[in-house]
Design a protein around this ligand. Structure first.
Ligand SMILES: Cc1cc2nc3c(=O)[nH]c(=O)nc-3n(C[C@H](O)[C@H](O)[C@H](O)COP(=O)(O)O)c2cc1C
Ligand SMILES: [Mn+2]
Length: 470
């Protein structure tokens, strides 16, 4: 895709993306003033999953607009990356593979749009930070990219965490078990140091996907920021922190320089999560915001998480999918596609498609998928004549091909995802379904087909639906 005037690709700059969406009729403009508390999410949810993103031009109490919906439609994402939506997992896994083989390091630049303004005083109340769901504990940052450095090795990490605003210069953050940021904080504590990081808000999907790349694909000893360079087709541009030894994203809308002091905690939550449930309140790490930088005319980005969950489903699920697909294609002969279903919250249920080459490989695919992505609770393997994105097709395979006597694999007392209420304290049971037909195939499992006939070759009269309505 073409770049903007400064030679930066559109996908690397949220300002350029918003313009691009508007030009293509893919941007809903909300012109009336809206309250960022509840009203904004209530309006956005009416457009959730549709072909357009939403820009709230006037937000009560703030001078900045709010943007949402970049990830709630794969069709929109496909258009932005200029490729069919079904090829997105393949594309994402190819970018990650290219980074693994030949990483393109980010480059330092002297300045960038994010440094156009440095606020004289940190005051988060000036930002249009929305409160989404009815019981959410406060306004939340949920689309910002965290950049931090390993206190021992100096290696950089990128991730996305939710941050609740608890004061004009304070946040509380939720860091899930096993996250690299959790390890960094533990290492900082052991060294008696604080942990500086930057929170970069209003970024494009290249950097977002880089931050959401699971640890299985981007281990702790690698600088995963280079993944963004692959999506951009050029090195990601960073600027130095002004009060902290960590970089900021040159083309972000806002960058907050922050610090965590090990041991300092504050209640965080509730927050409506991608699961459709509220994350519970608990003491979680407290964050001091030391400085706020921004563009002259910034746009605040938020992600609707706890409504249908579809925006997080595409932004995290797609990365999980891409990684499971890449690993399975390496380890299991015949795997053709992977989909993390929407009903499975985008990252609890993987549907794997396989062109069976030998008996037993479908079950091998079950085990490999669980190993490739620990948040998975369910994996269903189907043959290559089943559409893995159609829940009825998957159910059909289960109803007609699964043999419960030996096609169900149960794994008890295993690590899972803490937001899933069936994994209290990250601990529970998982289940895999081998819904493939027996191998070698027998005619009993052949799918019935009709011939494809072009309708325009025939004179067919279809009645007008309006005539039916009386
Ligand atoms: C919109 C969104 C919200 C997320 N919220 C959180 C969160 O609150 N806490 C968390 O630990 N991970 C959250 N994640 C998931 C992590 O960002 C993701 O797993 C990332 O790969 C972790 O990075 P790491 O492997 O470097 O630890 C979120 C992801 C997205 C896309
Ligand atoms: Mn990481």
């Amino acid at each position: 895709m073409a770049g903007n005037a400064a030679g930066v690709p559109v996908v690397a700059d949220l300002g350029a993306i918003v313009k691009w969406l508007d030009r293509r009729g893919r941007l809903v403009l909300v012109r009336s003033e809206v309250d960022p508390a509840h009203e904004l999410a209530g309006i956005a949810s009416r457009f959730e999953g549709g072909p357009c993103a939403v820009l709230f031009e006037r937000v009560k109490g703030s001078r900045y607009p709010v943007f949402t919906g970049l990830y709630w439609s794969r069709e929109l994402l496909g258009a932005l990356f200029d490729r069919p939506e079904r090829s997105l997992p393949q594309y994402v896994s190819q970018c990650i593979r290219d980074w693994q083989q030949r990483p393109v390091a980010p480059v330092m630049v002297d300045t960038g749009p994010v440094l156009q303004v440095t606020e004289p005083r940190v005051d988060l109340s000036k930002l249009p930070i929305p409160v989404h769901a009815e019981k959410d504990g406060g306004p939340y940052f949920d689309a910002g990219v965290v950049i931090a450095r390993d206190p021992e090795t100096g290696v950089r990490n990128a991730s996305i965490q939710r941050f609740m605003v608890i004061g004009p210069d304070r946040l509380a953050v939720n860091i899930d078990a096993g996250r690299h940021l959790e390890t960094y904080l533990e290492k900082a504590a052991a060294r008696g140091e604080s942990l500086p990081f930057t929170l970069n808000v209003g970024v494009g999907p290249g950097l977002h996907f880089c931050a959401a790349t699971p640890a299985e694909a981007a281990p702790i000893d690698t600088d995963e920021l280079g993944i963004a360079s692959e999506f951009h087709g050029q090195p990601l541009q960073l600027v130095a922190g002004t009060v902290s030894p960590v970089e900021m994203v040159a083309h972000a809308m806002f960058a907050l320089e922050c610090e965590m002091i090990p041991g300092e905690l504050h209640d965080e939550g509730p927050f409506a999560e991608v699961t459709g449930y509220y994350a519970t309140v608990a003491p979680r790490p407290l964050v001091h915001v030391r400085r706020i930088h921004r563009r002259r005319q910034p746009i605040f980005q938020t992600i609707l998480s706890g409504l249908s969950g579809v925006e997080v489903f595409n932004s995290v699920g797609l990365l999980g999918e891409a990684n499971v697909l890449a690993l399975l294609q390496k380890q299991v002969p015949g795997v053709t596609d992977v989909y993390f279903s929407h009903g499975g919250c985008g990252f609890y249920h993987a549907i794997v498609q396989i062109a069976q080459k030998r008996a037993g490989w479908a079950k091998q695919a079950l085990m490999a998928a669980f190993a490739a992505f620990p948040p998975l609770k369910m994996v269903t393997v189907v043959d290559d004549d089943v559409d893995i994105r159609d829940p009825s097709e998957v159910e059909w395979a289960m109803a007609t091909r699964l043999n419960p006597e030996h096609g169900i694999l149960r794994i008890d007392k295993v690590f899972g995802h803490g937001l899933n209420p069936s994994f209290p304290d990250y601990f529970g049971s998982k289940v895999g379904f081998d819904a493939t037909r027996p191998f070698p195939p027998t005619p009993a499992y052949d799918r019935a087909k009709v011939r494809a006939v072009p309708l325009d070759a025939f004179d067919i009269h279809v009645p007008d639906p309006a005539a039916r309505s009386q």
